[in-house]
Design a protein around this ligand. Sequence first.
Ligand code: ATP
Ligand code: MG
Length: 625
Amino acid sequence: MNLLYGLNDQQLQAVTSDSPIILNLAGAGSGKTRVLTHRMAYLHQEKRVGTSNMLALTFTRLAAKEMKERVMALIGTAEGYKLTVGTFHSFCVQVLREFGYLVDLEPNFTIYDEEDRTDIIHSCVDELGYKKIKVRDVIDNLYKDLSGLDQSLARVIEEYGYRLKRNNAMDLDGLLVSTRNVLESSQAQRELQNRYRYIFVDEFQDTNDIQFEIIHLLNPENLFVVGDDFQSIYQFRGANVRNIIEFPDKYQKCEVIKLERNYRSTKQIVSAANSLIKHNLSQTEKALIADREGLDIRYLIMPDEDAESRKVADLIASESKSEAWSNVAVLARTNRQLQTIKDVLDRRNIPSLIVSSQNDVFKKQDIRKIIAFIEVAINPQDDANIHKVINFPNMRFTDLDINNLEFKALDQGWSLSDIMKIGTEKEKAFYALLESIKDRVENIETARDVIEEAIHQLSLRIYYDNEGLKNRQEDVSAMLLEVERWQNVQESLGEPNGIYSFLKWLRTKDIQEKLVQEKVDSVKLMTVHASKGLEFPVVFVIGMNQNVFPSKRAEDIEEERRLFYVAITRAKDRLYLTRPEQREAYPGGPMALQVESQFIQEIELEQAECIGQSQGRTVGFGWME
Ligand code: ATP
Ligand code: MG
């Protein structure tokens, strides 16, 4: 396959340029990601750069997966496999497991997500009795200089840091900060610089300052970054769009390459995107042209959310008659809206998938550990799983303990659990826990009983209570409910309801889900944030009402506008915008009339086909269901 075939002049320049530092600043769908992946393949094939010397970073797991697949398609899986392509967070975890000891970090740390972090901050605030402190303010000031800060705020931050330390845990920002600190040690920096000679960053507009520092520390000599300031949508979480705009000032040697032709979407869609973004005052000038003629954008107004969902389902069914379900994506501002549409699609037997990692309770970190713990109890020789569970919050095994254990195991040729059986007090206690679970299993108790026993033996409920980890508490309850549901089904079928059958079901469930995600054709449902970088022939953006999109909670209308820009530029051929005229004022409350999103006016819909009525203004066919 000729790598360079079909690239336009600017793209060719970006792929083959000899400049060590390149910024590719360009609009949506202009081929930035394509250029990035082609350059990786080009450097490997033409410039003999080893694949293990390349590091590519982006923001979502899905985007990272796609990126790796695109490069593999160009250079083959055997070589492509060695590439490090990941999200910033996954990369940091990898660095810290290896070099964390340089900053006093035990490499088997637990990771606290956003929900955990909020829970713990709440709990610190409660414990200290500072009722006036807002969680948001605490988050905004974490990892900053505490001097000059309000005393109670500083005290909460201190307490939070202490809790993380005590639990050998890190939050997502902490991962970045510690990685930066690791890179400030010359030993780690040298090793990592040697390993990653070429660095690529996609969606660079969404980097925050620490992420930029990490990139710079990793390799100030060889950077290829691509992005679009119009698509900066994470400033609310600390992303700094100046990182991309001022990039050429920071690196004097930088070559800036612009791409102006959009290959993804039709003329109608690109023109709507252009008229929208003009309303942002703080935007740079950037051209985006498209010449593919296509269908008009369709704007639909339905009486309520239920009718809106049913209409979307109808249209998906008719759009997909001759095409694949996976050609269609439904985007919404919030996760809640996706569930509504999912229910309707399920009822209509239209296969669909909510693209988000947060949905499956069995994928949660602690739940996976509980299951691993039971697997170890059943099979004590399972050293791999022991590693997963040994750093359970209240196990208190230090790295030194684990190193000693491993050393002894290796020395004697025994499994870790065999060593524990006759080891230190702590090890023996752990082994006793495993034994008690095993007893339950052998007494043929139900899956739920065994799992509950494991939770009890691990004192997880008490631990969550003490730490104020409400979400984890809820995860455990949700998981037990799922197990019970499974048991009921098994019982009604006359099938076994014990732990062995359950573990088997869990394993096949995973495989089946993977198949659904990768192979089975389905409509994709996701938030606009999750859709960044992706493209679909047919896109629906639902809930186009003021206070929904733009969100009521948004502090920055320009960021909301950029978010809508991202949404509409995902569409290749057909874009539907829909809105319910009425909605429940609050869950279960009376219906209230909704105001149309200001963005509808801003995209200058002359070329759109409007269906329905909008606040007395009759548009299009004036047709309503
Ligand atoms: P986004 O800003 O949304 O991330 P992007 O700039 O990364 O967009 P890509 O996803 O790389 O854009 O490309 C958009 C689409 O255009 C892809 O389907 C890609 O294959 C196609 N494309 C890019 N360049 C060309 C080209 N020179 N000829 C034909 N198709 C192209
Ligand atoms: Mg892209």
